[in-house]
Design a binder for this molecule. Structure first.
Ligand code: NCD
Length: 355
């Protein structure tokens, strides 16, 4: 494997994913072989935004590998509260730890951190943008329980606009063959334009629909998501869409026996309690597989050599991107990074289209 940071699922080739999956699978089958795999290694866990599963599963993963973890789950207890830049925090933390796991409410924050870090950085969620290690959990679950990811018909339902797990999953599925998507969302929560362009550029087959129930019989995987209340700028807009999809057990009566119902969790009300006992409901297994997938990832990254010097980074003056949620809006020294795909310019931090 060659990747050094996991910021976006695009950092991984399909071969690298398969290698990680084999590693995760071996850990699931023979956990006793890994109890000292990261002995002496230290992970820094920087959670600027709330989390239960991701934070705990990374910590549990490192501890099960025999490594240690330090960090914070509340940025008010770090020097950020005193006005320290992300760059300085990362420079400092990467001189203590072997790997950094970071969640931040700003889009592109993990990418920004990776520019200054002497050790690998893992994006544990950057605002409504990406969440690639949830995708490791999702793909591990599907592969373990279904045998393969190729050829599946997948329904993604709920908040496809702000749901970062959905964006990372779509990016990953571009590496597989013959996938069909039902993108199930109200118009207000449809996938962002950069994701739609991505799907078109990769010739991905998708339909955008608003109805959940009619799609269910065709699906191999139903991926439910929470409406991301914290990302709405207008609270009334949230009120209009909350509770819009609720999966109930009777709705599964026409579903395939082999259907997998996934959810990154936490759920609010989008999956009724009576679905939990249906054997097709595998979201709690998914959370457990996530820990093993993160063990495989940490076991690889924590052993990469620390860089004595990082590459020089241009000092920016004004943000090139107008997305108010982009990290470049608050960390003004960031370089003006632009990526051009198919003649269109995108902000290399948050992926929004530059106009
Ligand atoms: C997700 C997240 O944080 O994006 N949760 C998770 O990491 N398991 C989904 C969510 O918060 O709705």
């Amino acid at each position: 494997m060659e990747f050094r940071h996991l910021i976006d699922f695009d950092d991984l080739s399909r071969e690298e994913w398969e290698e990680l999956y084999q590693h995760a699978s071996d850990i699931i089958d023979h956990p006793e072989n890994y109890v000292e795999a990261c002995k002496g290694k230290l992970a820094a866990s920087l959670f600027y935004e709330s989390s239960t599963r991701t934070n705990f599963s990374f910590q549990a993963a490192m501890l099960r590998l025999g490594g240690s973890v330090f960090g914070f789950a509340d940025p008010n207890s770090s020097s950020t509260a005193k006005g320290e830049t992300l760059k300085d925090t990362i420079k400092m933390v990467s001189s203590y730890a072997d790997v950094i796991v970071m969640r931040n409410p700003r889009e592109g924050a993990a990418k920004a951190a990776s520019l200054y870090s002497h050790v690998p950085v893992v994006n544990a969620g950057d605002g409504g943008h990406m969440h690639p290690t949830q995708t490791l959990a999702d793909l591990t679950t599907i592969t373990r329980l279904h045998g393969t990811v190729d050829g599946l018909t997948i329904g993604l339902c709920g908040d496809l606009k702000y749901g970062r797990t959905v964006h990372s999953l779509i990016k990953a599925l571009a590496k597989f063959n013959d996938i069909r998507f039902f993108l199930i969302a109200p118009r207000e929560l449809a996938i962002p334009e950069y994701m739609r362009s991505f799907m078109k550029a990769h010739n991905m087959r998708f339909v955008e629909v608003t109805g959940l129930e009619p799609a269910i019989p065709q699906l191999d995987v139903l991926y439910m998501t929470r409406i991301q209340r914290e990302r709405f700028i207008d609270p009334l807009a949230y009120e209009r869409v909350k509770g819009i999809y609720i999966l109930k057990r009777r709705m599964l009566s026409r579903a395939k026996d082999s259907l997998l119902v996934l959810h990154p969790l936490p759920r609010v009300d989008e999956i009724a309690q009576d679905v939990d006992d249906d054997p097709r409901a595998v979201y709690f297994d998914q959370a457990r597989y996530g820990m093993f997938a993160r063990m495989a990832l940490l076991d690889y990254l924590a052993h990469l050599p620390r860089l004595e010097r990082t590459e020089p980074v241009e000092i920016g003056s004004a943000p090139v991107c107008t997305n108010p949620k982009c990290i470049c809006q608050t960390e003004h020294y960031l370089p003006p990074l632009v990526k051009t795909i198919g003649g269109v310019d995108y902000c290399a931090f948050c992926d929004s289209i530059l106009r």
